[in-house]
Design a protein around this ligand. Sequence first.
Ligand SMILES: [Ca+2]
Ligand SMILES: [Ca+2]
Ligand SMILES: [Ca+2]
Length: 448
Amino acid sequence: MMRCVVSRAAVLVCLTAVPFFVPAWRVDAAVAIRPPALSGDAGAGVSESPKWRSDEIIIKFNEGVDASTCDEVIKQHGCVCLQTCEPGKCHLLMIPDSQTPEDMAADFLEHESIEYAELNYCVRLFFTPDDPYFAYQWNLHDADAGGIDMEAAWSIEMGDPNVIVAVMDTGVAYENYGAYKQAPDLARTHFVPGYDFINDDSHPNDDHGHGTHIAGTLSQSTDNTLGVAGIAFRCSIMPVKVMDATGEGDYFDVSQGIYFAVRNGAKVISISLGASSASTTLRNAVAFAYQNGVTVVCAAGNDYENGNAPSYPAAYDSYCIAVGATRYDQQRAYYSNTGSYVDVVAPGGDMRVDQNQDGYPDGIVQQTFALNPADFSYYFLQGTSMATPHVSGLAALLISHGVTEPDNVRKALQQTAIDLGSAGWDRQYGWGLIDAPTALKYFGAVGE
Ligand SMILES: [Ca+2]
Ligand SMILES: [Ca+2]
Ligand SMILES: [Ca+2]
């Protein structure tokens, strides 16, 4: 299936073993994971913010209880009235350090003058999607869980369908067509026409599984009570197939895909592939995208333990945002390339560990398929492939939020990244771990 080189010009280079992920399902079925049906407490192992104020309760006295009695009862319980909510409606009390709010409320409830006593529950501004496996997406949760804090980001921007992200990959399970089926958790995702440069037709269906996983991280149907969430779930996806069923392609097809995406309105091009040979053809293609105002986001490569050679197109530094991979503890993933071209890092996972103790390897989970393109499940994968759509998704949200031009997108991503490793930019982490809500506030904060 080496489908290049001989019949084409000498500048073509095979992208062998291209997609930057550990091919989980081909090596070990045990890491192709199907999360069990979940009950309501799916969040086990995922840190949550407090549900109520630990030092406060709210009480209300019965109608007709006079003010001096109220003061007396509050004092008897060792509490201090912080505020009242309109006269007589309710009191906010600070409780003694020695008491829990649950016990304190129970004590008040036993008093004859009390109508009710309850905890002061915390509200969250943040949008929390109802997708049942969202709890397993540590990569989308807070930075202290290794993630990019999408709940806070979604309260700022959920995306604009006019912002198109082209996915240069093995295709996407975006439609029902012949043997190919639409992934159920892409049913509400918005797609625009793409192209299949492997088979030269207008049906860029996925016959591998990699591209569907990438599209999921970018724009999985979200808040649909099914499966998992995606980052820029209201933006549009353009599937562009430039790799075949074995995960191989070539620079010529990738370049064609990039020109196609630019000419058909993509604002972001997400490229989770690469190879270690430089190419004028490929460089010209990413330069064309950049010069036409399109943000190109590329995987930095998974070859750290195999020579750490620079990967293209990621290494075309001024034209591409190159993305390395981190894991739950914010450390660089063992496979993630380092080098002068690394711009930022994003969660790519480490399947060797279960640092968040949720019972699964710490990969990135999205819906895709293994061998049969009509049989979908939820798979944890790792790689700079998986890290890349975090950055291209956030780029799409930035553009939805009004940021224009690739240099401004880059600036917002880099300037707000959480610095990791040695201080400032470094070869392992670039500018650091992307921080979605802070990036979305960047231009507002500096007065654009
Ligand atoms: Ca979903
Ligand atoms: Ca885990
Ligand atoms: Ca650093």
